[in-house]
Design a protein around this ligand. Structure first.
Ligand code: COA
Ligand code: ZN
Length: 313
């Protein structure tokens, strides 16, 4: 059976893009609704400076109070050793460490050179000893940078090699932070990376944004190249506050529909996800995105596959 994993990232990438503070209770209710949709993994919040993104400051509180299904994998973003320590103190078992491939975005995002960020990771990761959390290493700006434009593939490959050298057991997130990748670019990059580096211990995820309406097309190209883990945000909410011109993540419901319609199983209850996506989008409707929420619900829910056209009986 063909399958993919869609990782729900609205409770991190989605919420972080919203300026007015979303009440902790609201976040918890949305997370609980999302986790009832059948996702196997969710990203909840980040352990970052509260001055950088105040919206994420209630992450420890959320993690303590939210009720999650057994077996659900929970990931939280960390940018430095302090974040890693705080995440571990909060009981996080899976961290998403983030470094940008391009110097200018890394500076804007975490106030460090990429070299400093890699060196800091190596020191913090080594210091943990053998009891390490599970690692997603997110490489931001793998395709395009707001300040440096199109990112050379060799530069991304060098960053991938650097990560593998420091962390031989890792899921590397190849991120289109600005959403400006085109499907041929996605195919070229994964076509170079996967045959060379993917293994049982080194896996890859695609984290796409839908700024230019190419989110689903890009994910499908990544799938064709062999990627099986995709980040999405319900309601298409999201965006890095330090990447001007970047809009929301590719909507989880759009990804789920595209894959299921192609006969690729996601394990997601699509009806529940659409309802949850409406609620997430309502947090900041002017920033929400995605297509599937605006399809007449009956038609959207009439099934997947080529034989299903949503016709009334
Ligand atoms: N969590 C909480 N507080 C943190 C922290 C973390 N992970 N890292 C640093 N701090 C605190 C320090 O303790 C210090 O506090 P003080 O002023 O009370 O002494 C202050 O922040 C400055 O520390 P410093 O190490 O100099 O950080 P900085 O100002 O250079 O900022 C980051 C670096 C990484 C902490 C900051 O840029 C950041 O949080 N970026 C978030 C990026 C992000 O989430 N982007 C979107 C997702 S890709
Ligand atoms: Zn993102």
């Amino acid at each position: 059976m063909k399958t993919v994993e869609i990782v729900e990232v609205a409770p991190r990438d989605g919420f972080q893009s919203v300026k007015p503070f979303i009440a902790t209770e609201t976040k918890i209710a949305l997370i609980e609704e999302l986790t009832a949709c059948g996702f196997s993994r969710i990203e909840i919040g980040s352990f970052i400076s509260p001055k950088a993104i105040p919206q994420m400051s209630d992450t420890p509180d959320i993690l303590q109070r939210v009720k999650l299904p057994k077996g659900l994998r929970v990931m939280a973003l960390v940018p430095n050793a302090k974040g890693l320590q705080l995440a571990r103190n909060a009981g996080v078992k899976e961290v998403a460490w983030v470094v940008s491939v391009t110097e200018s975005h890394n500076r804007a995002n975490v106030n460090r050179s990429t070299e400093e960020s890699f060196t800091n990771f190596k020191a913090a990761w080594t210091e943990l000893g053998p009891e390490k959390p599970r690692l997603r290493f997110g490489l931001s700006t793998c395709f395009d940078c707001p300040w440096e434009g199109r990112v050379p593939e060799d530069k991304v490959i060098r960053a991938v090699e650097r990560v593998i050298d420091m962390a031989p057991d890792v899921e590397i997130g190849i991120c289109d932070t600005t959403g400006r990748a085109a499907p041929d670019h996605v195919a070229d990059l994964f076509g170079r990376i996967l045959p060379r580096y993917a293994s049982d211990r080194i896996t890859f995820a695609y984290h796409g944004h839908d700024t230019y309406g190419l989110g689903v097309a890009n994910a499908i190209e990544a799938y064709r190249q062999g990627v099986r883990v995709f980040d999405g945000a319900a309601g298409g909410l999201g965006g890095c506050p330090f990447a001007p011109g970047a809009a929301g993540n590719t909507a989880s419901e759009d990804l789920a529909f595209a894959f299921e319609h192609m006969g690729v199983k996601t394990g997601i209850d699509f009806g529940r996800l659409l309802a949850a996506a409406d609620h997430v989008a309502a947090v900041e409707p002017c920033q929400a995105g995605g297509k599937l929420r605006s399809v007449p619900r009956k038609r959207a829910l009439s099934g997947f596959g080529h034989a299903s056209h949503g016709l009334s009986a």
